[in-house]
Design a protein around this ligand. Structure first.
Ligand SMILES: NC(=O)c1ccc[n+]([C@@H]2O[C@H](COP(=O)([O-])OP(=O)(O)OC[C@H]3O[C@@H](n4cnc5c(N)ncnc54)[C@H](OP(=O)(O)O)[C@@H]3O)[C@@H](O)[C@H]2O)c1
Length: 288
């Protein structure tokens, strides 16, 4: 461990990604300032500038966001305030502190109409308010410094907080019917794997947009659910439904597969297989 790596700030420090990121940064020897919503409310620009500038940090890992995709459709002002204006203000503070920003973005910046998926050079076309608000955040991050990094991720799951996998396991255990969407495909990403990769990327020469997801076969939500139940030794019937019949308010990309041309260009390995992450997740998941 190097004990002289300086100070870094993590927003959304109690979230699914922020939690393992803080743990790993501390273990590496960084002095970590973990900020939760209580300490840093993203709808309050003045507070953002005041709080962030009170630390002498060289890097801000900006993980906090309004992630409730369907709520973003009904609370559009809040979605833009948090994900767009909040991110823009984080970047203003970072500029004044001479700090680099690592921003976590999403597959929802694409329309999902491709069959093969998207690399960093494909055109964006967000269809949901969440996707649009995060895309504006990307633009603010990229415009404020050529050193900044936008890490686009997809289908995040991890031990800290609720996610698709925990919802599936809990529902199966309660004996309730499980109908899962089978016409959307993506690459799941295990939050602890992503946290390791984000640190590696930040310590490298990489800047700009980069895609980071778990590796392995792309799956549908139904395949993903079945893999989780199998690993958890839960024998519970699952049936297929379509996104349209499932009827969630926000449009989601049919194809969420993110490829990376940028990681290999910088000699950085892709993430471990998502199935390894799923196995780790299920092993740690409470028995009841
Ligand atoms: N989850 C996914 O599948 C996925 C996929 C692609 C990209 N992403 C992106 O990855 C990043 C991390 O996602 P995650 O799954 O770790 O999210 P998460 O578990 O939902 O955590 C989000 C964090 O943001 C904080 N937050 C929400 N509203 C806030 C506000 N108004 N002011 C300050 N903080 C606020 C939350 O605080 P509270 O807990 O106090 O509310 C929480 O700490 C996000 O930027 C997200 O857009 C996620």
């Amino acid at each position: 461990m190097d004990s002289n790596l300086g100070t870094v700030i993590v927003t959304g420090a109690n979230g699914q990604l922020g939690t393992p990121l803080c743990e790993r940064l501390s273990a590496k020897g960084y002095t970590v300032v973990p900020l939760t919503r209580e300490e840093l409310e993203l709808t309050d620009p003045e507070a953002i500038l005041r709080v962030l500038e009170s630390f002498e940090a060289h890097t801000i890992y900006h993980c906090a966001a309004m992630t409730a995709v369907d709520d973003c459709e009904t609370q559009q002002d809040l979605a833009y305030a948090v994900n767009s204006i909040g991110t823009q203000t984080v970047c203003r503070a970072a500029l004044r502190m001479s700090a680099k920003v690592i921003y976590v973005s999403t597959d929802y910046v694409f329309d999902g109409l491709s069959n093969e998926g998207y690399d960093e050079f494909d055109d964006t076309n967000p269809r949901s308010i969440y996707g649009r608000s995060k895309f504006f955040g990307e633009k603010a991050v990229l415009a404020s410094s050529p050193e900044n990094i936008v890490v686009r991720v997809s289908w995040l799951f991890g031990p800290a907080g609720r996610n698709f996998v925990s919802a599936i396991i809990d529902r199966a255990r309660s004996g309730k019917e499980l109908k899962v969407v089978a016409d959307q495909r993506g690459l799941p990403t295990y939050a602890p794997h992503l946290a390791d990769k984000m640190i590696e990327i930040t310590e490298s020469k990489l800047a700009g947009v980069v895609h980071v997801t778990g590796t392995g076969n792309a799956v549908t939500w139904l395949d993903f659910a079945r893999s989780a139940l199998k690993l958890a030794n839960i024998d519970h019937p699952t049936s297929a439904t379509t996104a349209r019949d499932y009827g969630l308010p926000a449009p989601r990309p049919n194809c969420s597969i993110l490829h990376s041309r940028v990681l290999p260009a910088f000699g950085i390995a892709l993430c471990p297989p998502w199935l390894d992450g799923l196995s780790d997740f299920v092993e740690q998941y409470p028995a009841s």
